[in-house]
Ligand binder design. Structure first.
Ligand SMILES: C[S@@+](CC[C@H](N)C(=O)[O-])C[C@H]1O[C@@H](n2cnc3c(N)ncnc32)[C@H](O)[C@@H]1O
Length: 239
């Protein structure tokens, strides 16, 4: 290309901006990004999760959500730790059925094993962007650390699907890495600021995603630094 034509169109030498796929990292062969990035690492997921303080994060999400009032859907439940915790927290509410969903059959097999002996809980294979439930089926929905596994278009579809399957007045409780991360939040947080997995969760990315999908409002409930994870932020979005 001649200098002249380059000057006439300064954009012409630049590579097109691409949104790098979140799903096709770490040699992943699936059309979803599994919990631990790939199947081989799945057996380590629960241990890693404990090291990263995830049980405390799950517990806080459930505390912030309060007593369930009816059926609850969890999207991206992985190995079922939050789903099972939610069931065990309110054993006196068998009517408040909990459905945990995930596209990963290997993770779901682990989840089902943990739920042996519990009632009012079941696991089903489903993608968040194509939920196999009628409109208004659930009082609540939940997700933990799963939005960062979705590419940007899929995030929008998943948000619209959660909105659809919640009854009017229902609430979607979310916790994820993101929110108002600043460099002063620490080393991990600074890495998160550069991660394309977290990009859609930064600032008010999650409230914008959810209100864009039709939720009436999305409130930030809490935000905290979790060592080795960075900043995690909790939200409630009302249908
Ligand atoms: C980091 S794991 C979190 C698992 C669990 N929520 C927890 O807190 O331990 C993210 C989960 O999202 C699931 N996931 C990835 N793509 C998904 C999709 N399109 N729809 C629903 N879940 C998906 C993965 O299979 C994985 O189990």
């Amino acid at each position: 290309m001649s200098k002249t034509s380059s000057k006439a169109n300064p954009e012409s030498d630049r590579a097109p901006e691409v949104d790098p796929s979140i799903v096709s990292v770490m040699g992943n062969q699936h059309d979803y990004l599994p919990a631990a990035g790939n199947d081989r690492m799945l057996p380590c997921y629960d241990l890693l999760s404990r090291v990263l303080g995830t049980p405390k994060v799950h517990r806080r999400l459930l505390d912030l959500a309060g007593t369930p009032t009816g059926p609850t859907l969890e999207i991206g439940c992985g190995t079922g730790n939050l789903t099972v915790m939610a069931r065990q927290m309110y054993p006196e509410l068998p009517a408040a059925d909990i459905v945990g969903t995930d596209p990963d059959p290997l993770a779901l097999a682990r989840a089902e094993h943990k739920a042996i002996g519990l009632t009012g809980i079941r696991f089903e294979r489903a993608y968040a962007q194509a939920l196999p439930y009628p409109d208004g089926s659930f009082d609540r929905a939940r997700s933990a650390y799963m939005l960062l596994h979705l590419d940007s278009e899929v995030r929008k579809q998943a948000a619209a699907e959660v909105h659809r399957v919640l009854r009017p007045g229902g609430t979607f409780f979310v916790v994820d890495v993101g929110g108002r991360i600043t460099p002063s939040d620490g080393f991990t947080a600074r890495r998160m600021l550069r991660s394309h997995h977290v990009a859609g969760n930064l600032g008010d990315g999650i409230p914008q995603l959810l209100t864009g999908a039709g939720f009436a409002r999305c409130e930030e409930l809490h935000s905290e630094i979790v060592p080795l994870v960075g900043r995690v932020t909790y939200y409630a979005a009302d249908r």
